[in-house]
Design a protein around this ligand. Sequence first.
Ligand SMILES: Cc1cc2nc3c(=O)[nH]c(=O)nc-3n(C[C@H](O)[C@H](O)[C@H](O)COP(=O)(O)OP(=O)(O)OC[C@H]3O[C@@H](n4cnc5c(N)ncnc54)[C@H](O)[C@@H]3O)c2cc1C
Length: 810
Amino acid sequence: MTLPAHAQIVVIGGGIIGCSTAYHLARDHKADVVLLEQGQLTSGSTWHAAGLVGQLRSSASITRLLKYSVDLYKRLDAETGLATGWKMSGCLRLASTQDRWTEYKRLATTARSFGIEMELIGPAEVKRMWPLLQVDDLIGASWLPTDGQASPSDITQSLARGARMAGAKIHEGVKVMGFAMDGARITHVHTDQGVIACDRVVNCAGQWARQVGAMVGVTVPLQPVKHQYIITERIPGLSPDAATIRDPDRRTYFKEEVGGLVMGGYEPDPQIWTQGDIPDPWAFRLFDDDWDHFGQHMEQAIARIPALEQTGVKQMINGSESFTPDGNFILGRANACANMFVGAGFNAFGIASGGGAGWALAEWTMTGEAPLDLWVVDIRRFAGMHADRQWVADRTAEAYGKHYTVAFPHEEMSSGRPLITSPLYARLQAAGAVFGSKLGWERPNWFGPPGAQDVYAMGRQNWFAAVGAEHAQVREKAGLFDQSSFAKYELTGPGAAAALDRIAAGDVRKPPGRLTYTQMLNTRGGIECDLTVARLADDHFYIVTGTGFRTHDFGWIADHLTGDCTLRDVTEAWGTLSLMGPLARDILGKVAAGGPGSVENATFPFGHVRNLHVAGVTIRALRVTYVGELGWELHVPIAALGDVYDALMAASPDLRPVGYRALESLRLEKGYRAWSSDITPNDTPAEAGLGWAVKLAPGRDFIGRAALEKAGNAPLAKRFAGFTLANRDAVLVGRETILRDGQAVGYLTSGGYGYTIGQPIGYGYVRNPDGVTPEWIKSGSYTLVVTGDILPAQLNLAPFHDPAGQRVRA
Ligand SMILES: Cc1cc2nc3c(=O)[nH]c(=O)nc-3n(C[C@H](O)[C@H](O)[C@H](O)COP(=O)(O)OP(=O)(O)OC[C@H]3O[C@@H](n4cnc5c(N)ncnc54)[C@H](O)[C@@H]3O)c2cc1C
């Protein structure tokens, strides 16, 4: 079959992800799709996958995609005539430690929050369901009846047939060699068999996706890792309907296959494969059996299933799979190329994800917007550091090694650190900082005595009291936060105001010297960005957003800019010190060249930006707060950050550095929303209680306005609300189910502890298909499901603590 000269969309890669994407593009969007596969369909990682299909993840959106996969695999054979091998065998996850058991109690709650049936059962019940298991060391297991297994190659062939039936053209034995570009836009795909002009490209090239991305300057930070499993001979007494088993405390998994078992695991010392290009050709290739390395899994598996000791091994599969630095896959469009969409890096759950990820990627490719909140897998969660192959390899190895360890709340990764440090690093270290890292930046989480470090726990952690003292410091005196990692951009030019006005839901056209706290919305009215805009001059805006959102928010703004203006990322040029607390004005007044008068409310009101002179430098002071106290964000030329910090610290014995964990507690009390958890592309400002920040002035036309207007004054289907618990010892971590009059109506998006009020605090959306009216929401009686226990909760729609009574940020 000769290649067409033109296609609307070229999909690269005939593994499960490419075939699923092509299927959805052709079936749902009637797109003109050509799929190119250098070898044969499935010949990359897909053919040798074990085929376990689990559904529950800590993100509601990813869980939704996995559920979508299961629904698709169940019915695909009826549509295409090719079976997928889907078997709803259910999944048992075994727990043999108390921490693991607590993890499962939380998981069961998460499952309930996300609408999945999951129960916890005791060892006797486990033994009844799976008689070959040794259960003496078990505390219990979680049971998820709707999980299952499928045949990776069969699903992929079935998807490919479905794609062809809907009009897609699939070419095997065609290798993509490069691209012709017009600026940042691909115009043609060059293959070893000819050239195809196209509008969009979808890079589903598996472990080759890094190489294919690099051809157009797109970083796809994945690392191939060797992953092994064995297939055993038949085991007498093993039921063909046996549930899949995950035994994370022994780092192993099992699946029934033709009377025997598939058994594999996640070792703490993974074998990173090539950091260069994938050898060519690499179709249907495996590595040699490596019993020395696999022995650790064998030992643990025999301890769990003693019958394995007498069972022969038919085959070892030692294959390569793409893993990523954070264990999540990679979807979407990177900033570097205007029309390449990526779906890769599936961390050994590409079969489970395939159906849903292909659906989402097809929608994203067609509309340019993710169809739901996919932040945890969005390619724009990465930054420049992810182009460093060694860093990616080290962090990926750590993430792989932790695949089956207990996931403690607030756990930090340790590899590849420190990477980026602020000029205050040594000073903060000397003050006892225990650092965390965010997008490469070292940031103080809390301050402790010399040698202090995190000790992770499922309940109260070792930093609880220290963070409480920092919290009180900010509420009672003043604290200094090093927030230099904030992402910062400058938008300049005669068209800057008009361009920003078209993207921001808030009123950014205020006069110079004013700040605007604003959201940027997608066409569904969902919140894509949540940031502060300072107007420095008529044609000059300074934009500040969260550390982790640097690439994403820059991309969102840049993509939607029109007219004569220029956007620049100036993150490294400016350090940020947030001076917060009732004494903030006194302290700033002492060091500001203009004296106390320059920071009085009359001269420097809330929601304003002014240049101040401190320690001989001109700094940008933004009067905002994320903690609910009087305060300023001081943006300092980075080289002078140390001098300004020293001047502030010397100005008052009542000032001390404070860390990010106290910041979290303070913002929870004040009710400030965090983008990516409390507010996401799934949530409109009205649902989030941020309707006041949207300016629907007549004649203003900003992205998302039409969707907000369409929703009109109809009752909201969900509403953001806060909860406190009378049980002061309960630990909230997020995803706890919200019950109203005993019925599940939502789950927590944030959870933590408010030290001033002395209670656990949670936030989440309360849902009602008939509309969440103020009367309805207030009239219910609320409880939260916390680690399996139902605890009475108090709903609150106002801040839990509001010392200044000032409006949010601007
Ligand atoms: C041992 C093992 C066990 C696993 N078990 C499971 C499991 O139980 N459950 C689960 O969900 N997942 C499992 N996985 C993971 C799963 O196999 C992968 O996540 C999935 O197959 C990835 O699919 P893909 O389409 O992204 O990549 P691939 O299947 O690798 O497809 C990418 C395709 O792109 C093609 N390509 C690359 N470059 C070009 C080019 N320049 N031009 C044209 N074509 C190109 C390649 O030839 C390849 O066929 C396992 C993986 C391994 C290694």
